[in-house]
Design a protein around this ligand. Structure first.
Ligand SMILES: O=C(O)[C@H](O)COP(=O)(O)O
Length: 338
């Protein structure tokens, strides 16, 4: 399987990067969704029905403008639309050198592997049509590399610029003095609050060997339970206390003002944010797995987060593009280039 997000409540893997994954998705989840024409209704996870993942969108499903066919994105009408909706892209970093070695990583700062670099570039292709106004990353290099590599694929060719506010001097020395250049930049804000959960005394240990030593069940509890921390490390609950708080304090206001936001972070900091966005219970979050390098799209509208699922490929229009016409345009372009 190329990549997957597993969701217990869906009872299935949502596969990506496969030509027919959208239809698989529709079939496998047809019992779980209530899909109305042009609308994805979010069902209560607690009722046993499931949160909605996008299957397909049409141009009537969102009023966010098509950035290719409507380049005049700054008109009054468009900005009114933007006040109502914004896109939120979440991406777990690409494979790191310690993912490859199957070591607990947590807050140890290791870079991407070559495969991780490729995953980040591939992720960038999948979101290349979605205008990005702000980028948030953790303070760890694997998340920052992923964000930067993904943005190399973006159609708008804006330049991601890391904001340095750690000291007054850093802020002053990194100023930009051209309004035009600022417009062509995307601020990148790094915060340790989006870091991977601190894995305590498991950091640097091999996951397989740890399971053999302490038992699979115990290690699974450390890795996936909501409130059981690994020895001297953070539980998901503790990780949520900083990551979700940061999301609510710093990021939601950007979305409310209509800015499209990308967050490049980690398996567990993103699990805690997704738990919040999808209103998952502490039981449901146990089965939430995020693959490396797969962007996930939410639309923020009327104060709600509507999950659009993960970008699956050019033929799966609405999953990753705002409008069907944009997706078809993108598909044609991809076909011409390949
Ligand atoms: O920190 C790590 O080791 C991984 O990035 C996430 O690990 P997990 O899948 O054990 O939570």
């Amino acid at each position: 399987m190329a990549a997957a997000v597993f969701h217990q409540s869906l009872g299935t893997f949502l596969t990506h990067g496969q030509a027919n994954s959208s239809s698989n998705l529709s079939k496998s989840n047809s019992k779980c969704f209530k899909v109305e024409v042009g609308v994805f209704r979010k069902m209560s996870p607690r009722s046993g029905n499931m949160n909605v993942t996008a299957i397909q969108a049409s141009s009537s499903q969102t009023s966010i403008s098509d950035p290719i066919s409507s380049p005049s994105i700054n008109t009054t009408e468009d900005s009114q639309k933007k006040q109502k909706e914004a896109a939120l892209i979440l991406i777990r970093h690409g494979e790191s050198l310690w993912n490859e070695k199957n070591l607990f990583t947590g807050c140890v700062d290791v870079p991407l592997t070559k495969k991780g670099v490729e995953e980040a570039i591939e992720a960038g292709k999948r979101i290349s049509n979605i205008p990005v106004d702000m980028i948030y990353t953790s303070s760890l290099i694997r998340a920052q590399m992923t964000a930067m590599l993904a943005m190399t694929q973006h159609r708008r060719k804006k330049v991601p610029v890391i904001i340095h506010n750690e000291t007054e001097q850093a802020r002053v020395w990194s100023q930009i003095f051209s309004e035009e250049t600022k417009k062509q930049s995307i601020p990148v804000i790094a915060s340790w609050r989006l870091n991977e959960r601190m894995y305590g005394e498991l950091q640097g240990l091999n996951k397989q060997e740890t399971a053999e030593r302490y038992g699979k069940e115990q290690v699974h509890k450390w890795r996936r339970s909501y409130d059981i921390p690994p020895p001297n490390g953070e539980s998901l609950e503790m990780c949520a206390e900083r990551a979700v708080a940061y999301f609510k304090d710093q990021i939601v206001s950007q979305l409310q003002s209509g800015k499209n936001v990308m967050i490049s972070a980690h398996g567990n900091s993103l699990r805690s944010i997704i738990m919040y966005l999808d209103k998952l219970t502490s039981q449901e979050v146990i089965s939430l797995e995020l693959s490396t390098g797969i962007p996930m799209l939410y639309i923020f509208k009327g104060g709600n987060f509507i999950r659009r699922g993960s970008p699956a490929g050019p033929s799966e229009a609405g999953v990753y593009a705002y409008t069907r016409s944009l997706a078809l345009y993108r598909q044609k372009l991809d076909e011409m280039l390949n």
